[in-house]
Design a protein around this ligand. Structure first.
Ligand code: NAD
Ligand code: UDP
Length: 310
């Protein structure tokens, strides 16, 4: 049985990863609970294969009694509202946190996977985005703490690989949604569903013609685990759903599926908000034999059910 460390394990994606991996592995979930919550992993607390460690990865982590085989590094606030709340901490989580986790990987001779993001492409000038596109990123804007932080984290991964032969995996996650997104998260899917279910106005930023591609959580977890298990391929690799929707289309789907009588209202578009985003997943298909299976409507129905129960 392997021992896997999941940083950000009490967050949205991390907690689903804990669920999946705890079946066959010893899981150490490390989280400072900034945007995640112990409630997301409460059901695992009594499991002999599961251990929760409250820790901020900005600080070095010592787990000398453990023999760690794999590290999934997910610790970082993901919603623009939360990562901009304390931008300097976001940069520290991405850079100091990455250095600390790479140090831990060296010490334990562990394989390490970095949860990077489609944000490394910024407001892309190429569409859909392929891994060999270098991006169009503002380095001084309000999203830069996250975008540039994640870009530098990728650089660190590759330099540790070249210099120290660390066994790395880099995935670029595109917008992912599903149960356990935080209600107050500020991201578009959770905002629209919360607003739709409570009959409040649906807040579309800008004219709603900007696009995103939404991947359901179960598909994302399969992709992440496949990448960790793949030898002789370090990435970066895009993981996301290649079906592209405008934000206005998303709003209409949520209104219909939640049976809501909410109205759409238009609000100011935040600065540097990417106009288009859609992954080219040819590489993931070829190298990992992976592609998403869950259609947006099906995933939204499950997510709406989850939020109804909250
Ligand atoms: P999330 O906010 O739900 O999860 C992040 C988790 O990391 C939280 O539990 C939070 O408490 C924890 N955390 C934050 N800073 C930390 C620190 N310094 N030390 C320890 N723990 C810390 O977000 P998510 O959607 O689950 O995202 C997980 C990862 O995937 C993030 O790295 C994010 O950048 C990446 N990602 C997510 C998406 C998406 O659409 N969900 C898209 C691209 C990339
Ligand atoms: N958005 C919106 N209304 C909201 C929240 C977000 O119209 O209540 C828009 C946002 O401006 C962006 C898209 O939805 O164009 C996706 O935003 P999110 O914060 O989920 O993630 P991003 O992909 O921008 O990181």
């Amino acid at each position: 049985m392997k021992t896997v460390l999941i940083t950000g394990g009490a967050g949205f994606i991390g907690s689903h990863l804990c669920d999946r991996l705890v079946k066959d592995n010893k899981v150490i979930c490390v989280d400072n609970t900034f945007t995640g919550s112990e409630a997301n992993v409460k059901h695992l607390m009594g499991d002999d294969n599961f251990r929760f460690v409250k820790h901020d990865i900005i600080e070095p982590l010592f787990l000398d009694d453990e023999d760690i085989d794999e590290i999934y590094n997910l610790a970082c606030p993901a919603s623009p509202v939360h990562y901009q709340f304390n931008a300097i901490r976001t940069i520290k989580a991405n850079i100091l946190g990455m250095v600390n986790m790479l140090g831990l990987a060296i010490k334990h001779k562990a394989r390490i996977l970095q949860a990077s993001t489609s944000e490394v492409y910024g407001d892309p000038l190429e569409h859909p985005q392929r891994e060999d596109y270098w991006g169009n990123v503002n380095c001084t804007g309000i999203r830069s703490c996250y975008d540039e932080g994640k870009r530098c984290a990728e650089t660190l991964m590759f330099d540790y690989h070249r210099q120290n032969k660390v066994d790395i995996k880099v995935i670029r996650i595109f917008n992912t949604y599903g149960p356990r997104m935080a209600k107050d998260d500020g991201r578009v899917v959770s905002n629209f569903i919360t607003q739709g279910l409570s009959g409040k106005d649906i807040t579309v930023y800008g004219d709603g013609k900007q696009t995103r591609s939404f991947c359901y959580i179960s598909d994302m977890i399969s992709g992440i685990i496949k990448m960790m298990g793949k030898d002789d391929f370090i990435g970066p690799v895009n993981l996301g759903n290649p079906k592209e929707f405008t934000i206005l289309e998303l709003a209409k789907e949520v209104i219909e599926l939640s049976g809501s009588d909410s109205k759409v209202v238009f609000k100011k578009l935040p600065s540097d908000d990417p106009k288009k985003r859609c992954p080219d997943i040819s590489l993931a298909k070829k190298k990992l034999g992976w592609e998403p299976k869950v259609e947006l409507r099906e995933g939204l129905k499950k997510t709406i059910e989850y939020f109804r129960g909250k």
